[in-house]
Design a protein around this ligand. Structure first.
Ligand SMILES: *Cc1c(COP(=O)(O)O)cnc(C)c1O
Length: 379
């Protein structure tokens, strides 16, 4: 079955009880049991809910896992996955993971005795060198934010296998439409479904999927123990979003190709960061591990250009954090998403004051191009 058909028909796409083609929202905190004892399919809403399970089965099928889990946010999904580990365990973590993930690691999990080494995932020798006896996992994102660098999932998974450590990939930017890490050797995939999977900037949600039956059992236990579950209404919204992921992604890609082409030729643009650019150092890897290049583009204006004037002149493209929605969103990492990183470290990491991150939406591309053109004229 083609992936776009899977998006619509995988998981529990039909309500077994009625044949409804959209899974009902089962807004119930508890379920009647038919007798004492036994092993009822449904008992309590935190432990399991039919609407949530439909979403969990869907994402599991799409990522090629054995089980999926839906959480109150991407951050909750990530926290739950890290809760598989214990005080004294050590993890290797990508140097440019999502800011909230780094905060969780640095300000919360370290207090619980987990240890971390931050490594640039493009440097495989450094990944290998960072592994210690007590290393239990490697956690990273690809493509990264906001520099859109890629990490080689297969190679890192190979290193993980050699040392018996779990490979965890945050697949938020690529989505399973463009990249399926479990099929490349990863053990666990996490998502902020707030982004492309929800797709309409109207829900905060997280997902985790694994292809390891033991990990699946542990995640089910943790999800029930931590109680950070996604409610039935939001589960329904995310499932609805996923059904149109294919259609949205085609438009996202079409618009992004046109915008990248426009930006690379514009005299006010110093450089464009996009794994689908043939001149990108990530291009070869992108063509081997991804089936599409995604719709996140970063670019830098020439020095001396007025970033503030450019941003504030935009009329269609919206200034906002977040990404992956149908509307184009733009932001300046140095001031917004990455503002908490000290300037010196930020600059060393390649995030200049002129760097701009664009989440290309599905508006008519003519309108997006015209908007960028007129705003660049003001920069
Ligand atoms: C947004 C995001 C998260 C956090 O997800 P929330 O749903 O906001 O908690 C994690 N990873 C990446 C790559 C993200 O973009």
């Amino acid at each position: 079955m083609k992936f776009e058909t899977q998006l619509i028909h995988c998981g529990n796409s039909l309500d077994q009880a009625t044949g409804a083609v959209s899974i009902p929202i089962y807004r119930a905190s508890t379920f009647k049991q038919t007798g004492l004892g036994g092993n009822p399919k449904w008992e309590y809403g935190r432990t399991g809910n039919p609407t949530r399970l439909a979403l969990e089965k869907l994402i599991s099928d799409l990522e090629g896992g054995v089980a999926g889990f839906a959480f109150a946010s991407g951050s909750a999904a990530i926290h739950t996955v890290f809760s598989l580990f214990s005080a004294g365990d050590h993890l290797v973590i990508g140097s440019d993971v999502y800011g909230g993930t780094f905060r969780l690691v640095d300000k919360v999990l370290k207090r619980f005795g987990l240890e971390f080494t931050v490594v640039n995932m493009q440097d495989l020798a450094a990944v290998r060198a960072a592994i210690k006896d007590k290393t239990v996992g490697i956690y990273f994102e690809t493509p990264t934010n906001p520099l859109l660098e890629l990490a080689d999932i297969k190679q890192i998974a190979q290193i993980g296998k050699e040392h018996g450590v779990k490979i965890i990939v945050d697949n938020t930017f690529a989505t399973p439409y463009n990249q399926q890490p479990l099929r490349l050797g990863a053990d666990i995939v996490v998502h902020s479904a707030t982004k492309y999977l929800g797709g309409h900037s109207d829900v905060v949600a997280g997902l985790a999927v694994t292809n390891d039956a033991t990990v699946a059992e542990d995640l089910a236990f943790l999800q029930n123990s931590l109680g950070n579950v996604l409610g039935p209404d939001d589960s329904w919204l995310v499932q609805r979003g996923i059904k149109t992921l294919g259609a949205r992604m085609r438009l996202h890609h079409e618009n992004t190709a046109a915008i990248v082409d426009f930006l690379t030729q514009h005299p006010k643009v110093k450089r464009v960061l996009y794994p689908g650019l043939k001149t990108s150092p990530n291009y070869w890897l992108a063509t081997t591990q991804m089936t599409g290049f995604g719709a996140m583009v970063s670019f830098e204006l020439v020095s001396g250009a007025d970033v503030k004037a450019f941003i504030e002149s935009l009329e269609v493209i919206t200034l906002a954090e977040s990404l992956g929605g149908i509307e184009s969103l733009i932001e300046v990492p140095a001031i917004m998403t990455h503002g908490s990183i000290p300037r010196k470290i930020r600059l060393t990491n390649g995030i200049s004051d002129e760097l701009i991150r664009l989440s290309v939406g599905i508006e008519a591309k003519e309108d997006l191009l015209a908007d960028l053109k007129q705003a660049l004229a003001h920069s």
